[in-house]
Design a protein around this ligand. Structure first.
Ligand SMILES: [Zn+2]
Ligand SMILES: [Zn+2]
Length: 380
């Protein structure tokens, strides 16, 4: 079968057309024929050697594929979840074969019994076990998302939702935008999304606007074009999105423009209810804290390598809550996919044949924008 293999850090992937196919699925495993595999920032971090994990490795931890065969335990899971051979599923890389015994696996907030997405003993596809840049892949029947029959979601639409989508969906739950059940929560409030034109950000803007929230969509010049297009495509819902170029407007300008000038001494009453920090930058974090009103929630998804400086006074005197988010639970993954199918939330994608993965990586580093996805059907 075809596969793209990372054999050394900071080197291109090696393409092989005769890589051995995985063995028949055991236990909870599904063998899937990969249809699409998306490139995530973490793939770039992994390829740089910064994660100190073993090589060789087949990357991609957000992909989609068709179920070909099922292990004995996977048969039972599939029956419970309404999945069968021939179905298209989305595959998030996290939590392949978790231990079933640790606190994460036991206290899993309503996911399948014994399945914890943050189990530290589980493997992660594309990082500690081979992922989606290959024709066939073994995945865990408990980790996948069902793809709704209605909504017209293609394999290339599903793949980028499996890391970027679920992560931003979880951050929207942490920000109070939607409930654990994926229902809109307190429509008409304001969430600021820092890095709104990026891979996670442009999905977050769509989800939040379609959940009825007002969105302060903050980015800097190179991403603004795509952000404007996303807002246009949102139609009526796009009227609730306020696009901010952070190089042109200060946080005070933005608050005055959107909320009006604050009365003397009541500055803490004006601002967003929550903010989500997606870029690895101090400037984004500072903006995201300052744009909040008192008692607001700041959700951190990324941070600079050397950490941030923050003002403890924001937490104590202004009562700001600072919370972190990494990927999301299976119930969130499924709610996110169902919502995206129903409401037409789509990642903006560029597709490449598997043979041209190294070209995709070059484009990624050039910052071409949108999510870059390998479409297994494309011919080189
Ligand atoms: Zn990722
Ligand atoms: Zn565990």
């Amino acid at each position: 079968m075809r596969a793209q293999i990372l054999e050394s850090f900071n080197k291109p992937y090696t393409f092989k057309s005769d890589h051995p196919a995985p063995p028949a699925p055991q236990g909870y495993e599904l063998l899937i024929r990969v249809q699409a595999a998306s490139y995530c920032h973490t793939d770039a971090v992994f390829a740089s050697g910064a994660m100190q994990q073993g090589l060789p490795r087949i990357g991609s931890h957000e992909f989609s594929g068709i179920i070909d065969s099922l292990g004995p335990e996977a048969e039972k899971v599939a029956e419970k979840r309404g999945l069968k051979k021939g179905d298209l599923v989305g595959v998030p890389g996290r939590a392949f074969n978790p231990c079933g015994e640790c606190s994460e696996c036991v206290h899993n907030d309503g996911d399948m019994p014994g399945y914890g997405v943050w189990c530290t003993r589980a493997r992660n596809l594309g990082l500690t076990r081979d992922g989606g840049f290959q024709d066939w892949c073994l995945v865990d029947s408990r980790q996948v998302a069902r793809v709704p029959e209605t909504g017209g979601m293609r394999a290339v639409d599903i793949a980028p939702l499996m890391c970027a989508g679920v992560t931003v969906w979880n951050s929207l739950e942490a920000a109070g935008v939607q409930t654990a059940e994926g229902q809109a929560n307190g429509e008409g409030k304001y969430v600021a999304i820092l890095g709104a034109g990026g891979g996670l950000g442009h999905l977050g803007v769509q989800f939040a606007a379609k959940l009825g929230w007002n969105v302060v969509a903050v980015d800097t010049t190179p991403a603004m074009g795509m952000l404007d297009d996303v807002v246009k495509e949102l139609g009526e819902d796009g009227k609730r999105v306020h696009v901010v170029d952070a190089l042109k407007e200060s946080v005070e300008d933005v608050k005055n423009r959107i909320f009006g000038a604050a009365a003397q001494g009541l500055e803490g009453e004006k601002g967003c209810d929550s903010s989500i920090i997606l870029p690895e930058s101090q400037a984004a974090f500072d903006f995201g804290m300052a744009v909040l009103k008192n008692h607001g929630t700041c959700v951190a998804v990324s941070f600079p390598k050397d950490g941030w400086k923050f003002k403890p006074g924001d937490l104590v005197f202004r009562h700001i809550k600072l919370v972190g988010v990494l990927t999301g639970r299976n119930r969130q993954l499924q709610a996110m996919v169902d919502f995206a199918a129903k409401h037409g939330v789509r990642a903006r994608i560029r597709t490449y044949p598997l043979e041209q993965l190294n070209g995709l990586v070059e484009d990624y580093h050039k910052g071409v924008g949108g999510k870059l996805v390998v479409d297994m059907q494309l011919k080189p």
